[in-house]
Design a protein around this ligand. Structure first.
Ligand code: NAP
Length: 443
């Protein structure tokens, strides 16, 4: 006897890398009698999540992963519902009723706070505001940022801090052939910033930078990168004392050492990385003027705060110390991520990506992570429901951006970019994006 065909409706919320890789995992798991109808729901009028609004514009190669997303979108069992917000346009409860499975791929978009006095002063920003600002995210176009100071400080020793420091420190003309937001490049071209200092609270051996990003610093043409070679020598000694050193750590330290010992270039743009520096106060009359740090030392592998402090006079400070997930009504967020066990939240609700595991890992990390969660979902599947999916949940006239509508936006941005020798010229206004998505294509 042949098995009856089972067809399941899957709603994935959030069209970033984790959402797309989840859709792909469902597509790969399909068989003749196990069918998945996948609806990818996205709050913004545009898909691709952090590939569009997170990855730095001078890292265009990383963005080529969007080609994979477009391939996933071409499959007949995939539909895009962009410009649809959960909790506003559709409730999570309705989604769970209408779908066999709901997967929350909603990321982590709230910038963590350092929790020190002065953090709320003007020109003290979070990576969660600055990064989407330079990447043309429609909700961050109006972020107020003053680049008239000569020095900026970036708190945190991870790849996001590094992206931010590079964008502030390099000659803005290097960003001309990229898809950086028009408003951001215009402002960066007026910037007076000539020195950017990244401050990590622990040692070089604890930095969260990855080696490619560190090596990339040596290739900057118009910016000198500094690391105190004494801090690196001490880190090398400490890591050797620890015994066997892991390959990634060894490579990172070597890359930092190459920066520290390099013959200095004669350029006036500087990017410095300081370690063992914990911020404890941001000072200024109404706006950021100075950041006070407490120095730390490392003894027997432990970070010990000393009584020594130092200050950096800087008119801009950006903290890049990680992100928390947004609250979704009916879902518990704990320690910045959605409460879950191996991706299972409760009943037919699951989570993937940063919403599931916190803000860690590279884009590719989401692929294996989504595969694992989809395996678990398939194990837990019950009899399929007979429902209508999202269409009946949306108010009449709601402007959904489907794949065809997104294709129009995508083509428009690429052709606008071509004229200016850019990979694309991003549109950052929601109403303009929606307008373009409705244009009739002339054949
Ligand atoms: P991250 O890698 O976790 O780094 C966060 C940094 O903030 C750490 O150095 C951490 O120090 C520091 N920090 C945390 N709390 C602090 C506090 N209260 N005061 C001072 N410093 C504090 O996070 P991320 O940079 O946001 O990156 C998120 C993920 O995206 C990472 O996996 C990253 O690799 C990835 N990413 C990749 C790329 C790329 O491939 N090019 C680009 C951007 C982001 P401690 O270690 O002491 O906690």
């Amino acid at each position: 006897m042949t098995q009856p065909v089972k067809k399941y409706r899957i709603a994935i919320v959030g069209a970033g890398p984790a959402g797309y890789f989840t859709a792909q995992a469902f597509q790969k798991a399909q068989t003749e009698d196990l069918i998945f109808e996948i609806d990818l729901i996205e709050k913004l009028p545009t898909p691709w999540g952090l590939v569009r609004s997170g990855v730095a514009p001078d890292h265009q190669k990383i963005k080529t992963v969007s080609k994979v997303f477009e391939k996933i979108a071409m499959e007949p069992n995939f539909r895009l519902f962009a410009n649809v917000e959960i909790g506003k346009d559709v409730s999570l409860k309705d989604l769970r009723d209408q779908y066999d499975v709901v997967v929350l791929a909603t990321g982590a978009s709230i910038g963590r706070k350092i929790g020190i006095p002065g953090e709320d002063l003007k020109n003290s920003l979070s990576a969660a505001e600055f990064v989407p600002w330079y990447n043309a995210h429609p909700d961050f176009v109006e972020v107020e940022i003053d680049l008239s100071t000569d020095t900026a400080v970036v708190i945190g020793a991870g790849n996001v801090a590094m992206d931010i420091a590079r964008i502030l420190a390099i000659d803005p003309s290097e960003l001309d052939p990229t898809d950086i937001a028009e408003h951001a490049i215009a402002k960066l071209k007026q910037s007076n910033i000539r020195k950017v200092i990244i401050c990590g609270r622990r040692g070089p051996e604890h930095a969260a930078f990855t080696v490619l990003e560190l090596r990339n610093l040596l290739e900057l043409e118009n910016t000198e990168v500094f690391i105190d070679s004494k801090q690196i020598d001490e880190a090398i000694k400490r890591t050797l004392d620890m015994g066997e050193v892991e390959k990634d750590l060894k490579n990172n330290i070597e890359a930092m050492r190459n920066i520290a010992i390099r013959v200095k270039k004669d350029v006036f743009r500087k990017l410095e990385i300081k370690f063992l520096s914990t911020p404890f106060e941001i000072k200024g009359q109404g706006k950021v003027e100075e950041i006070i740090f407490q120095k730390s030392k490392i003894e027997n592998g432990k970070i010990i705060k000393t009584n020594d402090s130092f200050s950096i006079k800087a008119g801009l400070v950006i903290s890049a110390i990680g992100y928390d997930s947004i609250e979704i009504p009916g879902i518990t967020v704990e320690s910045g991520r959605i409460n879950n066990i191996a991706g299972h939240v409760e009943r037919n609700v699951y989570t993937v990506g940063w919403a599931k595991r916190g803000p860690t890992g590279l884009i590719g990390t989401n692929k294996s992570d989504s595969n694992d969660v989809v395996d678990l979902i398939i194990e837990n599947l019950k009899e399929p429901k007979k429902t209508d999916g999202i269409v009946k949940l949306l108010k009449a006239g709601h402007e959904v951006i489907n794949q065809q509508a997104w294709d129009k936006i995508n083509h428009q941005e690429i052709s606008n970019g071509k004229i200016r020798n850019k990979p694309r010229s991003k549109i950052s206004s929601k109403s303009e994006l929606i307008q373009i998505s409705k244009q009739i294509v002339q054949k």
